[in-house]
Design a protein around this ligand. Structure first.
Ligand code: GLN
Length: 305
């Protein structure tokens, strides 16, 4: 299969959709993103890289970081993780306070903000003062890019404006499901969202999920094969807020969306893919990136089904 040719065709076909929808505007640093940008990159388990558009351009990885936090927390706690967070689709917004209250402080899944606060808390307990450096190092290692860093402005703006996420952290703490101070946990959560990576970095960084928990390039085991399978299941069922079913229906691959307009997907046994375009549809998912992945899945025939 000529992956580069398919990527070029996909980029051509989504051209008319670029700029449709609206960029996230809850903080100014995201609102200034150029809505017409588009990029897509593929990293294969054989170590090949393919890309189209602005695939080397960096953006804040926002909720994609929840995959990395989940991976690290699952690695630390093993199946005890499931005492602290469920694995059920939330069927609501990513930052719902109501569901958390109803769930007695146990978040519905690790890919909601509440769930990511719990996985972040687990990393904090394990790493202590080194936690911020450790989450950055985790992404640098996975993507094989030591230049990856935090966007300090985005981190600070999220800390200042992320009232709902901070409220979630305090609510979880009120149910005694945090071991660290909710403000410390929220701060690390926001820093993770503000890590900046490109489509190539993200595709590379997720190869371990396409390869039973081991990075096929560095041969480093990140988590067990069984844990990788479970993370992929959660990505399939919960990766796109309350439109995860629709994404599974259209694309048929485990993945994750985020407010900066990136969507990552895993093709087990074969590759990891990142698509990015900042303008979001009404469900908060990148309009052009989701279209691109749908077209890619059709053209390539790649799906887990
Ligand atoms: N930083 C964002 C938030 O916490 C991430 C949300 C997202 O990408 N869905 O609100």
């Amino acid at each position: 299969m000529n992956l580069q040719l398919i990527l070029n065709e996909v980029a051509d076909e989504v051209r008319n959709s670029l700029g449709k929808g609206g960029v996230a505007n809850y903080i100014p640093a995201l609102a200034i993103a150029d809505p017409t940008k588009f990029a897509m990159a593929i990293a294969t388990v054989e170590g090949e890289i393919y890309g189209v558009g602005d695939y080397g351009e960096r953006f804040s990885i926002q909720s994609v970081s929840k995959i990395f936090a989940l991976t690290q927390a699952f690695g630390i706690l093993g199946s005890d993780l499931w005492r602290r967070v469920e694995r059920e689709n939330a069927g609501s917004e990513f930052n719902s306070l109501l569901l958390l209250e109803l769930g007695g402080g146990i978040p519905r899944n690790p890919l909601t903000n509440a769930g990511a606060l719990v996985t972040t808390d687990i990393i904090l307990t394990e790493k202590g003062k080194e936690a911020k450096a450790a989450v950055l190092e985790f992404l640098r290692e996975r993507s094989d890019n030591p230049a990856i860093g935090f966007n300090e402005e985005i981190a600070q703006l999220e800390i200042e404006h992320g009232h709902r996420t901070k409220a979630l952290a305090h609510l979880i703490a009120s149910f005694k499901n945090l071991e660290n101070h909710p403000q410390t946990v929220a701060m690390l959560y926001f820093y993770q969202c503000a890590m900046e990576a490109s489509c190539v970095d993200l595709a590379r960084s997720l190869l371990f999920l396409a390869n039973k928990g081991e990075c096929p390039v560095s041969k480093k085991r990140v988590i067990s094969a069984s844990q990788a399978k479970r993370i992929n299941s959660i990505l399939l069922t919960c990766g796109h807020y309350d439109v995860s079913g629709d994404f599974a229906f259209k694309v048929g691959l485990p993945g994750k969306s985020c407010v900066s307009g990136a969507i990552v997907v895993v093709v087990p046994g074969k590759m990891a893919i990142a698509a990015w375009s900042p303008a979001l549809n009404k469900d908060g998912v990148s309009l052009a990136a989701s279209e691109a992945l749908e077209i890619f899945a059709q053209k390539s025939g790649l799906s887990i089904f």
